[in-house]
Design a protein around this ligand. Structure first.
Ligand code: AMP
Ligand code: TRP
Length: 335
């Protein structure tokens, strides 16, 4: 039987963070052996909010290098940039005409990102989920690993596929199975335990970047917000202590254990010893990734060549699928 096809994407809107790593990238790596995997740096999505052109170029390459350094292997997966494969934008236009405004109006990510000034946000930000549906369905991918924050977008993608199939009396697009990564893998800001760690947070102190060196990591952890109580001896005691819960969760995730096991060692202690154990574990885990990233970025041409080869392979899958969607819609064949 053919392997199930997996598709996922990540925006090159900054340096990837520990949140991206624990919540997404780390889970993409073992999937390479089990599934037919396609991973995309979604630069078209990134420009739904302003990106400085030079920075966008650099960040796209950096994100690709980060994914490679974390263990994506171009021999075992397809890794490419979204803007290199026109099938995404072609299918997204059709989906703009399938999705209903009422559906998009319910998207909480748009409300969060647009904030108070919806009138001033780009039309692209509004139709962002339609492009995401096109990313996945242009490959007939059926399994999509993402964080919990993307669940609503996947439900919308299924609504689009269903309406397309219904309106054009076809069964062309498959149903997508969301593969939501553990809630435990939601990493929060180091300055505010109720806010998600994000590469677009204005404060660099709020996150660990995959490019941070050992001293920076230690300093950020030492300065991370905590509360005055000692650590509890089991996870239940973290209730109502978002910062403590976040730091314990990070140490558990990075050392492949549970918060209970961490607290068996550190319960009753103040944050001092715990924080130095956390900083050591992070440095041990992340510094090989950072040095591999630096090695890859020393030869940007090689990274670009890898991405172009990935795009060729992606096109070979997506072009025939989107050509067929054009036929179903009734566009006169161009050749
Ligand atoms: P983004 O940074 O929005 O492009 O997200 C890329 C992937 O990383 C998605 O699957 C997100 O769900 C995941 N992700 C982003 N930030 C976090 C976080 N703080 N904790 C866990 N997962 C995250
Ligand atoms: N919207 C996703 C995020 O911000 C990124 C993304 C774009 C994506 N296209 C995708 C994820 C397709 C999964 C599948 O995290």
């Amino acid at each position: 039987m053919a392997k199930q096809r997996v598709f996922s994407g990540i925006q090159p809107s900054g340096v990837p963070t520990l949140g991206n790593y624990l919540g997404a990238i780390r889970n993409w790596v073992p999937m390479q052996d089990q599934y037919d995997t396609i991973y995309c740096v979604v630069d078209l999505h990134a420009i739904t909010v302003w990106q400085d052109p030079k920075e966008l170029t650099a960040q796209s390459r950096e994100m690709a290098a980060a994914l490679l350094a974390c263990g994506l292997d171009p021999e075992r997966c397809i890794l490419f940039l979204q803007s290199h494969v026109h099938a995404h934008a072609r299918l997204a236009w059709i989906f703009n005409c399938v999705a209903r405004l009422g559906w998009l109006n319910r998207m909480t990510q748009f409300k969060d990102k647009a904030g108070k000034n919806q009138e001033a946000s780009s039309a692209g930000l509004y139709v962002y989920p339609n492009l995401m549906a096109a990313d996945i369905l242009a490959y007939h991918a059926s399994r999509v690993p993402v964080g919990d924050d993307q669940r609503q977008h996947l439900e919308l993608a299924n609504d689009i596929a269903q309406k397309f199939n219904h309106d054009y009396a076809t069964d062309f697009f498959p149903t997508i199975e969301p593969h939501i990564m553990g809630v435990a893998a939601r990493v929060m800001s180091l300055r505010d335990g109720t806010k998600k760690m994000s590469k677009s947070d204005p404060s660099d102190q709020s996150r660990i970047n995959l490019t941070d060196d050992a001293d920076t990591i230690s300093l950020k952890i030492r300065r991370a917000k905590t509360d005055p109580e000692p650590l509890p001896s089991e996870a239940a005691g973290l209730e109502g202590r978002p910062e403590a819960r976040n730091l314990v969760g990070i140490l558990a995730a990075i050392t492949d254990t549970t918060p209970d096991a961490i607290l068996r060692d550190h319960g009753g202690q103040g944050f001092g010893t715990f924080k130095s154990a956390l900083a050591d574990a992070l440095v041990a885990h992340l510094s090989p990734i950072a040095s591999d990233m630096r090695r890859l970025l020393a030869d940007p041409g090689a990274v670009d060549a890898l991405l172009r080869r990935g795009a060729d392979r992606a096109r070979a899958i997506a072009d025939p699928i989107v050509d067929r969607a054009h036929e179903i819609v009734g566009f006169l064949p161009p050749r």
